[in-house]
Design a protein around this ligand. Sequence first.
Ligand code: SF4
Length: 217
Amino acid sequence: MVTINSINREIIDCVRCKRLVSYTRLVGKNKVRRYSNEEYWAKPVTGFGDTDANLLIIGLAPGAHGANRTGRLFTGDHSGQWLMKALYEIGFSNIPSSISAKDGLILKNVFITSCLRCAPPSNKPLNSELVNCSNYLVKELEILKKVKVVITLGHIAFQTYCKINNLKKLQFYHLAKYRINDKHLIVSYHPSRQNTHTYRLTWEMWLDVFKLTKSIL
Ligand code: SF4
C-alpha cells in the first residue's frame, strides 16, 4: 500500500537525476560561510505537514542553502520566512517562522510539497528532471484526499500541476483562480528573493493569496 511514509522513503533514496544528486551533495560539502558549522541534509527533500489538509501548497524545489541544508521544505531561507509568516497570520501554523526542522512548527490544515525534490543549480531545473520527479507529486495527490485548494508558487509549479492534471489553456498570473472538478487552483508568484526584492511580489499581494484561500475553505 502506498502511504506518505513509503513515498517519503522513495524520495529520500532517489538518485534518478545524476546532475541534481551531485549538485546537492556538492553544496553540502562546499557550505557557505554563514552555515559552515552546520551539517547539510544534502539529499532529496520530502513534503511535510497535515496529510488530512484541505490546503496543498506546491513550491519549486529545495533551496540550495535552505531546505537542502535543513532537510525541510521552505525552512531556513527567505522564501520560507515569507511563507511561514503569511501562514501564521492567516491561522495556518503555530509559529511565524521556519528556521530548522526542529523549530516546533506545526502546520494546520496545510501540506507543503514541491515539484522537484532536489535543489537545482541556479534554481533552474531541466525539463527531464521535472518529468523524473513529477511522479512523486502524482503519488502525493492521490494520498492527500481532502485537498480542496491547491496553491502553486511560481510558473514551474503551475505548469507542472497543469501537466499532471492535463489542464490546458489556463493562464499564469498572480491570484488567478480556477475551479477544477472538486478543487480550486490558486496561482501565485513564488516568494523568492528575486520577486520580493523587486516588488514583483509585495507583502500585500502575497497575503491576498492566503486571504483568498481562507475565503474558500
Ligand atoms: S529531483 Fe526528484 S527524481 Fe530527481 S533525483 Fe531528486 S528526488 Fe529523484
